[in-house]
Design a protein around this ligand. Structure first.
Ligand SMILES: Cc1cc2nc3c(=O)[nH]c(=O)nc-3n(C[C@H](O)[C@H](O)[C@H](O)COP(=O)(O)O)c2cc1C
Length: 413
């Protein structure tokens, strides 16, 4: 079998391969017998196995969404997800269809158990509004945020751009979010989702300017400890002036020292990860990893968006300021994961992020040394069923190679 991504489906592939009646037929049920709505929906979901959801999204939904400004399209997607999660029956059947449940996909990392290795990266659900719907789409974990202590409007619009020719996005959002109290209330309103819940925390822009970023990270962790399974300290967004300086050896050492001293034992019991930039040089990366290992950091998230613009970029927005994500980031993120895995000798679990569009990309990241993977831009171009597609692909790979667990792949390049 050749290992390709789901995005390699032929554009002219029929999205409905099999035409069968939705109910009745060979099932043996009398046509006069009443059918319950749950049976009808269950039957519908079983029959949809033959639908190629990614091709359908690419040919029908993405073209419609891309007529909207990217941020308006994102808000429409959030609205659709929040409507979905309010209907328990719909959420239930969505979860049944999208969740790929198999013990071989389970991952244990930093004291948590993940149903599968595929997570949604920070930035999609900044305010923790649609975690239940995202869990129903089959993600093993969802990273909410970036959340700052006080609400923040972010940078002026337009601040998000598509580069469809490159399967990439550029954003300079600058952490727009409702602030830790509102996000905490959003999360408290919902029952625990069927997936691991991470919260990505950051400082308000004014705090960075005033040299008080460490206090902001600690405040967010304290305030949201009851709602998170893990935290990610974001020192790598390119859109808050002065933030990336915090990744430098001495600054990071001070920052982590202050944060871990400030948080109370209940909050400190949550694993804390650090998210890094793909634009770090090799020496800087190794220095920051040494600093992380010297503190109770539970793992690394590699990587955030890049400021680099490869000369091969074709999208008209390529010169726009902001962080670039998606396919052009893939190789750089893999390199970073490889170096981090080798340098720490696998002692620090890595969440690999950047350019994951299908199972082949996820497998590459796991083999480079990632224990888990995340994606964001892949969902924009491949659609909401991407986690299902990737998990099915990983499972098929494990099956074909007779591997008992996805964890066997980590660092096996
Ligand atoms: C529109 C947008 C907003 C983002 N916002 C955040 C954020 O608030 N915090 C963060 O740590 N990363 C943020 N990211 C970065 C992603 O979490 C991820 O690290 C990056 O996009 C690379 O993954 P991808 O290629 O799968 O998109 C954002 C990315 C995009 C595209």
């Amino acid at each position: 079998m050749r290992w390709t991504n789901a995005c390699d489906v032929a554009p002219d592939q029929a999205w409905l391969v099999r035409r069968t009646p939705l109910v009745g037929g060979r099932g043996g049920r009398s046509p006069h017998q009443p059918i319950r709505s749950s049976q009808l929906i269950g039957c519908l979901f079983r029959r949809t196995e033959s639908i190629k959801p990614i091709a359908m999204y690419q040919h029908l939904i993405f073209p419609a969404l891309s007529r909207l400004d990217p941020e308006a399209a994102h808000n429409a997607a959030l609205l659709a997800l929040s409507s979905t999660q309010r209907v328990p029956l719909l959420r239930h059947f969505l979860s049944k269809w999208c969740s790929v449940r198999d013990p071989r996909l389970q991952v244990a990392a930093f004291g948590l158990r993940f149903a599968n290795p595929v997570g949604l990266a920070a930035g999609f659900d900044k305010n923790g509004r649609v975690v239940d719907a995202l869990a129903a789409l089959g993600f093993g974990h969802v990273e909410i945020g970036t959340v700052t202590p006080r609400p923040q409007a972010g940078r002026p619009r337009p601040r998000m751009f598509r580069l469809p020719e490159d399967w990439a996005l550029i954003n300079r959002l600058g952490f727009p979010n409702l602030g830790m109290e509102r996000v905490g209330r959003n999360l408290a309103r919902r029952s625990r989702p069927d997936c691991v819940r991470g919260i990505n925390v950051g400082p308000n822009a004014a705090s960075v300017a005033a040299g008080r970023a460490a206090e902001d990270y600690a405040h967010c962790i304290e305030a949201l400890a009851g709602h998170a399974d893990y935290f990610t300290i974001n020192v790598s967004s390119p859109n808050t002036q002065g933030l990336r300086v915090l990744q430098e050896q001495r600054a990071l050492d001070e920052l982590l020292g202050t944060v871990f001293r400030a948080i109370q034992p209940a909050a400190a019991a949550r694993p804390v990860l650090v998210k890094i930039a793909p634009d770090l040089g090799d020496v800087e990366l190794r220095q920051m990893l040494d600093v992380a290992v010297g503190h109770p950091v539970a793992g690394i998230v590699a990587a955030n968006t890049t400021l680099e613009r490869l000369p091969t970029l074709a999208g008209a927005a390529r010169a726009d300021a902001g962080g670039l994500s998606g396919a052009p980031l893939r190789e750089r993120a893999n390199q970073l994961i490889r170096t981090a895995f080798e340098h720490t000798e696998g002692r620090l679990p890595i969440i690999g992020v950047g350019g994951v569009f299908g199972a082949a990309d996820a497998l590459d990241k796991l083999r480079a040394g990632a224990t888990l993977v995340q994606l964001y831009t892949g969902m924009i171009y491949q659609g909401p069923f991407i986690a299902r597609q990737i998990n099915r692909g990983i499972l098929a790979y494990l099956q074909e190679h007779g591997l008992p667990s996805v964890q066997r792949l980590v660092g096996q390049h």
